[in-house]
Design a protein around this ligand. Sequence first.
Ligand SMILES: Nc1nc(=O)c2c([nH]1)NC[C@@H]1CN(c3ccc(C(=O)N[C@@H](CCC(=O)O)C(=O)O)cc3)C=[N+]21
Length: 277
Amino acid sequence: MTLIDGRAISQAILDTVSADVAALRDAGTTPTLAIVVPTDDEATAWYVRSIVRTATKVGVEARQIDRHGITADELVAELASLSSDPGVHGIICQTPLPKGVTLDQVGQHIAPAKDVDGANPESLGRLAAGLPAFAPATAQAVVEILQRERTPLSGVDLVVVGRSNVVGKPAALLLLAENATVTVCHSRTRDLAAHTRRADVLVAAVGRAHMLGADHVKPGAVVIDVGTNPTEDGGLVGDVDTAAVEPVAGSITPVPGGVGPVTTALLLRNVVTAARG
Ligand SMILES: Nc1nc(=O)c2c([nH]1)NC[C@@H]1CN(c3ccc(C(=O)N[C@@H](CCC(=O)O)C(=O)O)cc3)C=[N+]21
């Protein structure tokens, strides 16, 4: 069993991003990411700090816009204003959103050219149609890890557990584009284990701590654990019970140290892509 090193993959991506940022800066453009923070949620605050820290390291300017408890109308106005600001290349609006506000509602006000976390439904539609678009960074991270681990994808049985617009659905679309035979399972799926046990590649994106155990995994399978579920003692666990699955799987991404760091690196890579225009 191999533990996949997400931090090393993240660093490799960031090395390329750093060089690309330096070239853009030499040409007179400072890649700039606007981070709209509509919540004072602690996990979100951690993620925002981590984006700002990593952005600073690679030379991307991170503009943090704290708007705790913002209304839907105000958020729409903020996103529209950033969309037309020529000094801003990428926009991410952190979730969770204030009560009564949904990402579907506000995401459409992020210009697709700046939609570096794939929040605009138009970006998801373009992805489905095979047109150039930004996918949510977490969904991209799943594919990037599999490619860097040289996991064959063409024709393989691949199961995604979870169908959210931010992870499961876009990950399934990206993996379909890699010619995997993709099955999407979800909360209404009958006999989940019967599906997941057939998977050469298993992607867990449900958001429930340790939901998948040894019984769900095919011997030798590659397991990508997207879950970042906070524990009572302030730690973080995945959707997969890693200790239980270790003797069965061929390789697995740990939590922490797996998909999370790669997500942040790809968000910044997307900002560079957006800044190139
Ligand atoms: N619009 C939007 N897009 C997001 O992608 C998004 C969001 N909102 N809201 C919050 C969640 C959370 N999230 C994480 C990303 C990286 C780590 C990460 O890198 N975690 C480290 C360790 C953290 C620790 O040890 O506490 C790791 O997994 O190794 C965690 C969580 C992205 N989110």
